[in-house]
Design a protein around this ligand. Sequence first.
Ligand SMILES: NC(=O)c1ccc[n+]([C@@H]2O[C@H](COP(=O)([O-])OP(=O)(O)OC[C@H]3O[C@@H](n4cnc5c(N)ncnc54)[C@H](OP(=O)(O)O)[C@@H]3O)[C@@H](O)[C@H]2O)c1
Length: 241
Amino acid sequence: MKRAIIIGASSGIGHEVARLLITQGWTVGVAARRMEKLADLQDCAPERVYTARIDVTDDGAEASLLQLIERMGGLDLYFHAAGIGWKNPTLEAETELKTMETNAAGFTRMVGCAYRYFAAHGGGHIACITSIAGTKGLGPAPAYSATKAMQNTYLQALEQLAACKHHDIHFTDIRPGFVDTPLLAGTSHLPMLMTTENVAHSIVKAINSRRHICVIDTRWRILTFFWRLIPNWIWRRMKLC
Ligand SMILES: NC(=O)c1ccc[n+]([C@@H]2O[C@H](COP(=O)([O-])OP(=O)(O)OC[C@H]3O[C@@H](n4cnc5c(N)ncnc54)[C@H](OP(=O)(O)O)[C@@H]3O)[C@@H](O)[C@H]2O)c1
């Protein structure tokens, strides 16, 4: 029986991936700040679902993750879905810093803890939802796009570190385009919007086939391919705000 922990399972993509893994027979640990939003997952299979309150910005979050792993009797897959993001063209400081705290510092804290656990316990799989937003810096969402690029680079670095140290840890960097979740609430006219159900299916498939990087879906894969090719002198002048 496989065991997975999903941080950021209380809504959106993380919630749907948790539901799918539970349906497929995994033992699943689900965590977030809003524990009441985890209750329906526990109701799916009370004997195989463990819940915990974890805030990735708390100093105690690593200890809480290790406690959850202990309650589950070990871990095969660490799945990081926790994240926040807003458009912030006025550079409102609190918004920028909160995004950095959650998506950069919180991400580093939790993924590092999972890495050290797997390194000491014979290996495992770390999969994280980053985003296509890290492809290039986005004027309307500076902290969000910067933290997503940081996550992409951090996972690439850990992958090289694991190979160098002969740690049997596999990584999957999942980069979705727009997904219809509370994160995008209030944003209208989003092109190529995807459902959480379709995205969760693609994510579980990417994890099972041990993909290194997975852009979801094909339309976004094509778009990001060309997006990356835009020269910086043109990108600087593009009016996205
Ligand atoms: N929606 C999109 O278009 C899209 C596209 C590409 C990538 N993504 C990424 O996908 C991930 C999931 O986002 P989503 O779209 O599913 O949004 P969502 O529905 O708002 O879910 C975000 C999840 O992160 C958790 N979270 C936020 N801050 C946290 C913290 N400090 N500690 C622990 N958990 C925290 C939330 O739980 P609590 O609030 O209960 O703590 C919630 O479960 C994010 O990293 C996002 O950047 C989203």
